[in-house]
Ligand binder design. Structure first.
Ligand code: COA
Length: 254
C-alpha cells in the first residue's frame, strides 16, 4: 500500500483509477480503507478513487485524532500531499462526520459530498463506551451486533468483527468518543456541495432518521435508503451502494 507524508505522519492509502474527478473515501470507527474495497474496484472507471487509513488505523502511523475537526484537518493535509485540489469527499459513520466537517471548514474544496451511515450528531450509547473502556471484547461484540445488519452473511460478520477487535487498545473507544462529541445539526444546512446520503434501512447505530435529517437540511441532497442492510451498508450491500454513488458521480459530471 502506498504512503504519503502528512505533517510528518505516514498515511497509507488505497488508490484506483485516474481523475478527474477524484473521490476521497474516509472510513469509520476502528476501520481502515479495506471497507471501501468494492467501491475502489467498481468505481475506478469513473475517476480516481482514493481511500486513506486515518492516523492510528490500518497501515497509517501516529495516534488517533481525538476530535473530528482534527481528523478533517488530516484529510485536508492528505489531499494537499497528493496534490488534489478538487475532490468529492465521502465517508462512512465517523468518516461521514469527518466528511461533513471537511465540507464545513473547507467550503471551496468539495465538488460533492457522499454521506454513508452517518448523521449530523453522533451520540453514542453510554453502555457501549463503558464496555469498551472496561471490557474491551464485550464492547466490540455489542458494537458489532448493532453495526452489522441481521441479513449479513456469517463470514462477513466474522471478518468485520475481527478487523475491529484487532485495533490497538483505545482506538475504537477513542473514535467513538470523537463521534459522541460531534454535533453539527445547527450548521449542516450551510453545506453547499451537492450531496448524496446513503443509509441501510436496518441501521441501528445511525438510523435512517439521521439520514433523512441530512436530506432535509442540505439543499438538494438526495437520500438513498438501502433495504436489507445495517450500518455497514457499503460492505453489506456493495452493489446497491456503488450504484447510488455511480449515479451521483455521473450526474455531477454532466
Ligand atoms: N439526526 C437526526 N436526529 C437526531 C440525530 C441525528 N444525527 N441525533 C439525535 N437525533 C434526535 C434523536 O432521534 C432524538 O429525537 P427524539 O427526541 O425525537 O427521540 C433527539 O435528537 C435527541 O437524541 P440524542 O441526542 O441522541 O440523545 P438521547 O439522549 O435521546 O439518546 C443515545 C442518546 C446514545 C441513546 C442515542 O443517541 C442512540 O441511540 N444512538 C445510537 C446508538 C449509538 O451509539 N450510535 C453510535 C453512533 S457512531
Amino acid at each position: 500500500m502506498p504512503t504519503v507524508s502528512v505533517n510528518g505522519l505516514q498515511i497509507a492509502y488505497a488508490s484506483a483509477g485516474a481523475g478527474p474527478p477524484t473521490v476521497c473515501l474516509v472510513h469509520g470507527t476502528g476501520g481502515s480503507s479495506d471497507v471501501w474495497m468494492r467501491q475502489l474496484e467498481d468505481l475506478a472507471d469513473l475517476g480516481r478513487i482514493v481511500a486513506l487509513d486515518l492516523p492510528g488505523h490500518g497501515g497509517s502511523g501516529g495516534t488517533i485524532a481525538h476530535r473530528i475537526e482534527d481528523a478533517a484537518a488530516v484529510v485536508a493535509g492528505f489531499l494537499d500531499a497528493l496534490g488534489i485540489t478538487r475532490v468529492v469527499i465521502g465517508g462512512h459513520s465517523m468518516g461521514g462526520a469527518i466528511a461533513q466537517q471537511f465540507a464545513l471548514s473547507c467550503r471551496e474544496r468539495p465538488d460533492g459530498l457522499i454521506l454513508i451511515g452517518t448523521g449530523a450528531r453522533l451520540r453514542v450509547l453510554p453502555r457501549l463506551l463503558d464496555l469498551l473502556a472496561n471490557h474491551y471484547h464485550e464492547g466490540v461484540s455489542l458494537l458489532m451486533s448493532l453495526a452489522i445488519g441481521a441479513k449479513a452473511p456469517a463470514e462477513l460478520r466474522a471478518a468485520l468483527h475481527r478487523a475491529t477487535a484487532q485495533n490497538p487498545a483505545g482506538v475504537v473507544l477513542g473514535d467513538l468518543q470523537a463521534c459522541d462529541a460531534f454535533d453539527v445539526m445547527s450548521r449542516i444546512s450551510t453545506v453547499q456541495a451537492p450531496t448524496l446520503v446513503i443509509c441501510g434501512e436496518e441501521d441501528q447505530l445511525t438510523p435512517p432518521k439521521y439520514s433523512r435529517f441530512l436530506g432535509q437540511r442540505i439543499a438538494g441532497a438526495c437520500v438513498s435508503i438501502v433495504p436489507g442492510a445495517g450500518h455497514y451498508v457499503q460492505v453489506e450491500k456493495p452493489r446497491e451502494t456503488t450504484a447510488a454513488i455511480r449515479e451521483f458521480l455521473v450526474r455531477l459530471g454532466e
